[in-house]
Design a protein around this ligand. Sequence first.
Ligand code: SF4
Ligand code: SF3
Length: 555
Amino acid sequence: MEMKLTKEMFCYQCQEAAKGTGCILKGICGKNSSTSSAMDLLLFVVRGVCTVADILRANGHQIGEEVNSFVTDALFSTITNANFDDESILARVDKGMNLRNNLVDLACEKGISLPMVDELIWMGSRSDYVEKSRMVGVLRENDEDLRSLKELIVYGLKGIAAYHEHAMRLGYSNEDIHAFMHSTIRKITTDKLSAEELTGLVLHSGEVGVKVMALLDKANTESYGHPEMTEVNIGVGKNPGILISGHDLHDIEDLLKQTEGTGVDVYTHSEMLPAHYYPAFKKYRHFVGNYGNAWWKQREEFTAFNGPIVFTTNCIVPPLEKATYKERMFTSNSTGYPGCKHITADIDGRKDYSEVIAMAKGCEAPTPIEKGKIVGGFAHNQVLLLADKVVDAVKSGAIRKFIVMAGCDGRMKSRDYYTEFAKALPADCVILTAGCAKYKYNKLELGDINGIPRVLDAGQCNDSYSLAVIALKLKEVFGVNDINELPIVYNIAWYEQKAVIVLLALLSLGVKNIHLGPTLPAFLSPNVAKVLVEKFGIAGIGTVNEDMKAFGIVN
Ligand code: SF4
Ligand code: SF3
């Protein structure tokens, strides 16, 4: 399919890409064309920074934390539903231009020659940004297969950046991961890579995806303990509350500390639910529960919550014009929304939530929307503590199959498939999950098998790492040679770019026959999709019944 440069925008990075091909006027997610253009320009600047940083590194120069953090944050801020604020994206462009110029000066001083690419030469200022942004977006690559592979790599890198940033906030920054990101982006920028070479980079990104998830797992568990089997309250208390969303555990720690003794309770939303599983946070009596569901239900749920809402990462749904909660929305880190107060960290990385807490004190307690409890906390350590029980259940036939249903939730009706799939699973099947996909079935009464819940929630999307650790452990216990010989099948739901790196990570571990839904990515060209199907057995979803048969769950 030939694509032309569009005047407005072109984005096809998420599962909601318009018409299954790409958003061209405004994002289905709510992203304006101006924001999309600003992000295209930011990625252009990131390519420049990475190119010169990689060349300096190759010449023996150390790259400072400022450059590493810039690239990580810039990539994160372009993830779907993270940032809708043009000014905050443009400020990143300005910063990136400065960094790039300083690095280029340094290279010149040292006599290091640089390639003559536009990303290193262009010297525009704010008044030139709009025009430039139209030339440097996704469609700059004319060949649709090369474009597909390059974008697949960049989306994987965005996922890596997101997970790395959480780890970095806890003091776990990995130079090899930064160097890999820079060199990969440099190669995309300066080298004329063949489809084969780009495919190699896709798989290498998956390997680094495993590394970054392992690093974040280490950062989270060394800082806050290992997640434990936990019952989480989904009802409400009588105090006013603050709702915290996203994936950043350092932020919730700050918030829990600062709200202690203030009479303000803390609730999690969507992907922050797994914070309840960590021993370090369980000790807070005012950490009341999880309010609501996955990100896409936030318009109704934030209205009913009555108190302030803090975003630590995506996913933001743009509030409607008449929304009553917009003044109560706070963003931080890579997120941004025009008109919402942005909370920044001090020099020690600590965020001051006093304004949020003061606002909460004047708000009503949350309106109850659900009651009861859900169970989670089955990250690798907890599951391995139960290993004997699990292995016995598999050996006796009480558990016949594990179905990995990790990934994302979303508003498309077609995602009801996952609820129906969970409901239709025979009683001897167990769901392993991570990410916000779980909200499609975590409130169904699916029961347990010999005390093992039939939905084992490892945590956030990054905790998909736990699912890999569990699979590798089972491989060892059952003495099989290949991970694909285990009674585990993969039916993954994706939405944004963090799910892309989870997918690439699974591929790099040798997992085959992953089903991906509710639709295959728009950014996979027919040829690239064909390679993924032939090489890895990737498939889309069909009907529940067809897929149950395809997975060998029913005959
Ligand atoms: Fe469209 Fe998704 Fe891009 Fe938003 S992020 S503009 S919905 S493809
Ligand atoms: Fe969810 Fe955005 Fe993907 Fe972290 S919060 S899994 S969609």
